[in-house]
Design a protein around this ligand. Structure first.
Ligand SMILES: Cc1cc2nc3c(=O)[nH]c(=O)nc-3n(C[C@H](O)[C@H](O)[C@H](O)COP(=O)(O)O)c2cc1C
Length: 404
């Protein structure tokens, strides 16, 4: 059960109270007036501030209500929105990164050229990726902004991507695939026409019988230029409500990759993509890999932080630093799969580290958490941060003689 802080107001059978915790099937409630002696309510209205969710009740006692079968889809929609909102709150206020922040780039040394014989204006950071030319090899990596803040966050990130001439990924489109009401959060091309936009779906959705259709719908929903499939086994296993069956995914990913009209990127989210998995996918035709290495945002830690279950909190701490450091993941993939297109994400925080990632074999560099935090601050903050990173990249290029 996830803990809700602040709790959500609920009214059931005329009784007010607060929902303090929720799972896919139950809500933990503190009733303001107690309902023990009353007939059990048959429905509840839970308010999130932006929306009211009417949920039929199967059973209720003083502390717990169980949702009726007929309302499980509504409850799940509410739960997903709450989860994404909690991710944002935790990312905004807590230290959610791997504890040592060991992304492996300390061990990477760039050459130094004391007299590079070049003028600032003659040095370009531009690159070509997936057939498009971008002003820098930097990608705003896919992040979900939740239901309440999703539109604002995505718009701010999309504005930054457009102004700076870099591609952008959206976060998981699962919410909108399950409930089209949320699709507006992701429709960024209506406003930012030239945006190179990468859709996002998780391995969880590949378990559905109609997974190919879901992937096609995800692309069509936002007119995506590519689709990222996120691989987050550790996060799922930490979550109480997460998936537990990961069989058959290599072939399904290959099937998606072969069936879509756009390229597919397989994307880890912080535990690192290993060579054996990448090779198995590459043998099946996948060419684009986001290594999502350790040393940046830690999803094990975030899942632990948002739970009120001591066992899950313990798991989150134990696995906080699990994974392949980003630099190691990039260099091993480059060595073993020379023609792979590699995105280095996970703990990239500045332009010097970005150049190190490119130097050891990445084609692009992805940045998540700092851009999400910037998007929570103001309209122009993400673009300001991107410009700073691009300038640092340029300084590093000149001083290391990496001038092409
Ligand atoms: C608030 C937040 C939400 C995220 N949501 C998603 C998501 O929905 N899908 C996904 O593939 N990755 C998601 N990510 C993971 C990022 O794309 C990235 O892989 C990860 O944060 C590591 O990069 P970083 O260290 O620069 O943050 C999210 C990251 C953050 C910070």
């Amino acid at each position: 059960m996830i803990k809700l802080n602040p709790p959500l107001p609920v009214v059931a059978g005329g009784h007010p109270g607060f929902v303090t915790g929720m799972s896919a099937t139950h809500a933990r409630v503190e009733w303001s007036d107690g309902i023990k002696s009353q007939p059990a309510p048959t429905s509840a209205v839970i308010s999130t501030g932006t929306k009211q969710y009417k949920i039929a009740i199967k059973s209720a006692d003083n502390q717990l209500i169980q949702f009726a079968e007929s309302s499980l889809a509504v409850a799940l929609d509410l739960l997903h929105g709450l989860r994404k909102g909690q991710h944002i709150d935790l990312c905004a206020t807590e230290d959610v990164e791997h504890s040592g922040k060991k992304n492996g780039f300390d061990a990477v040394t760039l050459p130094v050229v004391a007299l590079p014989e070049v003028a600032w204006n003659d040095v370009s950071t531009s690159t070509t990726f997936m057939g498009r030319t971008f002003s820098a090899p930097i990608l705003i990596t896919g992040m979900t902004g939740g239901v309440a803040r999703g539109t604002l966050i995505n718009e701010r990130l999309a504005r930054a991507a457009s102004q700076c001439g870099v591609p952008m990924g959206v976060g998981s489109q699962r919410m909108a695939l399950e409930n089209p009401e949320h699709a507006g959060i992701f429709k960024l091309k209506d406003k930012f026409k030239d945006l190179f936009l990468i859709g996002n779906i998780g391995i969880g959705q590949l378990r559905e019988a109609n997974y190919l259709d879901l992937c096609k719908r995800a692309v069509e929903m936002i007119n995506a230029d590519a689709l990222a499939i996120h691989v987050n086994v550790l996060q799922e296993l930490i979550q109480e409500e997460g998936d537990r069956d990961f069989r058959g995914l290599l072939d399904k990913i290959a099937n998606v990759s072969a069936s879509l009209a756009v390229q597919v990127i397989v994307k880890e989210v912080g535990a690192g993509l290993d060579v054996a998995t990448a090779k198995a996918l590459n043998d099946r035709g996948v060419k684009y890999f986001d290594v999502g290495g350790s040393g940046g945002t830690s999803w094990a830690h975030i899942e632990g932080l948002r739970s009120d279950d001591s066992l899950i909190r313990r798991r989150g701490e134990i696995f906080r630093d699990w994974g392949i450091p980003t630099a190691e993941a990039v260099s091993s993939l480059r060595r073993e799969i020379p023609d792979a297109q590699i995105i280095a994400t996970g703990g990239i925080r500045d332009g010097l580290t970005a150049l190190k990632a490119l130097y050891i074999g990445a084609n692009m560099v992805g940045i998540g958490l700092p851009l999400m935090r910037a998007a929570l601050v103001g309209d122009d903050e993400p673009a300001n941060l991107l410009r700073a990173v691009i300038q640092e990249l340029k300084i590093a290029k000149i001083c290391s003689g990496s001038i092409r």
